[in-house]
Design a protein around this ligand. Structure first.
Ligand code: BGC
Length: 753
């Protein structure tokens, strides 16, 4: 314990060096006096306040046992009575194992809220759900590509539209709180939740964050079409050293600030209403027990006003798994002192008992409960729940409408990334005879990934009806003979002879390689290599000397170096959602032109995960041929059926003050007869700096539409302050000197003074 306290003090000093002065000036995290909220608080007992801070899983109020509910699922009125009238719970989450219809949601939400507003302390419950790529726990909801695919669109407007649809369909299910987006930066490809991120780059992820939060919350989250977003998982969750979920991360304070914090900072500026805390530990301290991160940084420095909710069982984990507390009582004290507002306990009331006893004994002040209750009630008020706890379910006529589906299809279309196209094999003629095979060829589950109708997404029973798999959509979009054969299970051989026989009858072979839907700890893997069974399928089919197209559906970049040369064309579909099949088919046949770009560096080897914004030493090994940065494909890479070229790069000044902005312009030309979209990516490198500079950093981008043979001049105005890095004193700093701009191999330099 002693060692741990010392750790806390050290970390807090590092953050505080930046924040003290701001804190004195303006405690932004305080909610202004609100009569209605104070009125509630003044009447609440300690048990009621603790209840307000409690979030239980729906299993706790359902018939049957936790995780083994009576089927069909029903609320248990006695258990609900206890939750509302004895424990005064403030929040409920999740589904009892699988997707519900909207009718079912209407019954559940109406029953819970009716009880909450007429009994107990008459405060509505805030219901939360993981609607992370559409409202994945509501039957028929519009399902989008997972976040990694959304990032691959490089089109924030589409991300905003998608988030708006999700917010609408979430409220249409009676749920005002979405545990999304994941703002963890995806720089550890082994991590099971890589697909839930916006990828490895801070700037791209920040742009997507802005778009997503605006789409979810709009200007006024009390709008019945908007929800509260939840920034996940604060802070530093995505880079466990072992690659395994919820194992220790070691991240220096400087790197935390420069790489892992900015997305959260952006979301707070966009008024994100809630945050969920990282289940893991950073630098030896579980984040749930770290006041330097949860109070000094989150509240005092960043001015976050909303709810800080724990992740699943994370207070329990402080004593059970992390071993920084001897029992639940000590764990609750640590978490509350650190700054937690709400405990996703979520399967029992151990949090309530411990917190009440801590307040009774004077170890935690009642005023500390008031602080959290104020934030929880403030969010409920912001969401309009205090006035309208039960939505008008009939209002939502656009639920799963064609308008919504079109946005999901457009997102899938713009995400799919063409990584290889030898001799312009693609697009294919519509009358081509095609074999579609591989484990992902005919599986909506692999296409969607985890968090689809069930947590791990593997159960086929709840798949959206009338939605097309890759094979079904290719067949439907073709006038040729399209046949299917499995060829290989995900990691087990299938009947290869049948597949080879069918391949012989085809002109082109589309092999849909995949990974089992999975996330969190069940998604941990031992090896990033593609399983042998899938490699063998490719090797056997490549002996036929027919053109081969790969369509990849992975949770993280699986290593395919040994088979890359066997493919003539490669399309990365990420986890493309319910409209991924249609999108892939349209792209294969040239009905749509691919425009996705990788939002991460695709590794070539399992032993080398070096991001694009690496250091110079990582490309230096000329003598021995083992330079660290040697990816399969670079971040930002993605081809098109159009041919784009860049020219006339110019800047408005070559010497610029730190306080000024630079204007960068470039011509982009579509030198083809095919209209297309190109992402203009502006990279800047600092030639010399006091902290070793990255070889380049993405500082701006724009996706532009170009008609056949059209040229557009694209202009960016970039504040020089955007070139700052976190210096040795843990402060943002722009250093004077020479900088280089690079846009698609066009280069220019300028000096910052
Ligand atoms: C996950 C969170 C999720 C929560 C509620 C946790 O296990 O880490 O991302 O929001 O469960 O389902």
């Amino acid at each position: 314990m002693k060692g741990m306290k010392l750790g806390l003090i050290l970390v807090s000093i590092i953050f505080l060096t930046n924040s003290c002065s701001e804190k004195k000036k303006n405690n932004k995290s305080e909610i202004g006096f609100d009569k209605e909220i104070e009125n509630f608080i003044s009447k609440m007992s300690i048990a009621e306040k603790v209840g307000q801070m409690t979030q239980i899983n729906i299993d706790v109020i359902s018939k049957g046992e936790i995780f083994n509910l009576v089927k069909p699922h029903q609320l248990d009125s006695l258990k609900l009575d206890s939750a509302i009238n004895h424990y005064f719970v403030g929040s409920i989450l999740n589904v009892g194992g699988h997707t519900y219809t909207r009718d079912r949601w209407e019954k559940i939400i109406t029953q819970i809220q009716t009880k909450a507003i007429t009994e107990g302390n008459k405060i509505p419950v805030i219901y939360g759900i993981d609607a992370i790529h559409g409202v994945n726990y509501t039957v028929d909801a519009t399902l989008f590509p997972q976040q990694i695919g959304q990032a691959a669109t490089w089109n924030p407007e589409l991300v905003k539209q998608g988030a708006s649809v999700t917010a609408y369909e979430c409220r249409a299910s009676g749920i005002p709180w979405n545990f999304s987006p994941v703002l963890d930066i995806g720089r550890q490809p082994l991590w099971s939740r890589f697909f839930e991120t916006y990828g490895e780059d801070v700037y791209l992820a920040k742009k997507m964050t802005e778009a997503c939060i605006t789409g979810y919350q709009g200007d006024d989250p009390s709008n019945p079409e908007k929800v509260a977003s939840c920034m996940k998982h604060f802070l530093g969750y995505s880079t466990p050293l072992s690659g395994k979920d919820r194992t220790p991360a070691w991240i220096p304070a400087r790197q935390l600030k420069e790489y892992y914090l900015p997305t959260f900072e952006t979301a707070i500026k966009e008024n994100a209403l809630t945050v969920m805390i990282n289940s893991g530990e950073i630098n030896g301290i579980p984040v749930h027990a770290n006041p330097a991160i949860l109070t000094n940084l989150l509240r005092d420095e960043l001015g976050f006003k909303g709810i800080a909710v724990t992740d699943w069982e994370d207070i329990i984990k402080l004593y059970r798994d992390h071993k920084v507390a001897k029992d639940m009582r000590e764990a609750v004290k640590l978490a509350i002192d650190a700054g937690i507002d709400m405990s996703m306990t979520p399967n029992d009331y151990s949090f309530n008992r411990a917190l009440i006893s801590l307040v009774d004994s004077g170890e935690i002040k009642e005023s500390r409960l008031d602080e959290s209750c104020r934030r929880i009630l403030w969010v409920k008020k912001k969401l309009g729940l205090l006035k309208n706890p039960i939505p008008s379910f009939d209002y939502y006529t656009k639920f799963a409408s064609n308008e919504h589906k079109k946005i999901a299809l457009n997102t899938a279309l713009e995400s799919i990334t063409l990584l290889k196209n030898e001799k312009s094999l693609l697009p294919l003629k519509e009358n081509t005879n095609i074999l579609v095979c591989g484990p992902a060829a005919n599986s909506l589950n692999i296409q969607n990934g985890a968090w689809t109708h069930t947590w791990q997404g593997v159960d086929t029973a709840y798949n959206t009806k009338k939605t097309k798999t890759f094979y079904e959509a290719i067949k439907e979009n073709s006038t040729g003979n399209v046949i299917y054969s499995l060829g290989s299970e995900l990691d087990k051989k299938a009947n290869l002879n049948e597949t080879i026989a069918k391949a012989k009858k085809s002109e082109v072979i589309v092999i849909c390689l995949g990974e089992i839907p999975c996330t969190e700890i069940p998604g941990n893997i031992k090896d990033l290599n593609l399983p042998d069974a899938q490699v063998e399928l490719v090797k056997e089919l490549s002996k036929l000397n027919k053109p081969i197209v790969f369509a990849l559906s992975f949770n993280r970049p699986r290593i395919i170096n040994s088979i890359v040369n066997d493919a003539n064309a490669i399309l990365h579909t990420y986890l493309s959602g319910d409209f991924g099949g249609e999108a892939l088919a349209q792209i294969l046949f040239g009905k749509s032109n691919p425009s996705g770009k990788l939002p991460f560096t695709y590794p070539r080897y399992t032993g080398s995960f070096v991001p694009y914004d690496h250091k110079y030493t990582e490309i230096l090994d000329i003598s021995f041929g083992h330079k660290a940065f040697n990816p399969q494909w670079e971040f930002g890479f993605g081809m098109s059926y159009s041919i784009f070229s860049y020219s006339n790069l110019s800047i408005n000044k070559t010497e610029i003050l730190k306080t000024d902005s630079i204007t960068i312009s470039i011509d982009v030309t579509n030198n083809s007869e095919i209209a297309g979209k190109e992402v203009v990516q502006v990279y800047i490198s600092d030639s010399t700096a006091s902290i070793t500079p990255s070889v380049k950093r993405l500082r701006a981008f724009r996706k532009v539409n170009l008609n056949a043979n059209e040229t557009k001049r694209v202009q960016f105005k970039l504040p020089i302050s955007d070139l700052a890095f976190v210096d040795v004193n843990n402060k943002w700093k722009v250093e004077e000197g020479y900088f280089k701009i690079e846009i698609a191999n066009n280069r220019l330099g300028f000096v910052v003074k």
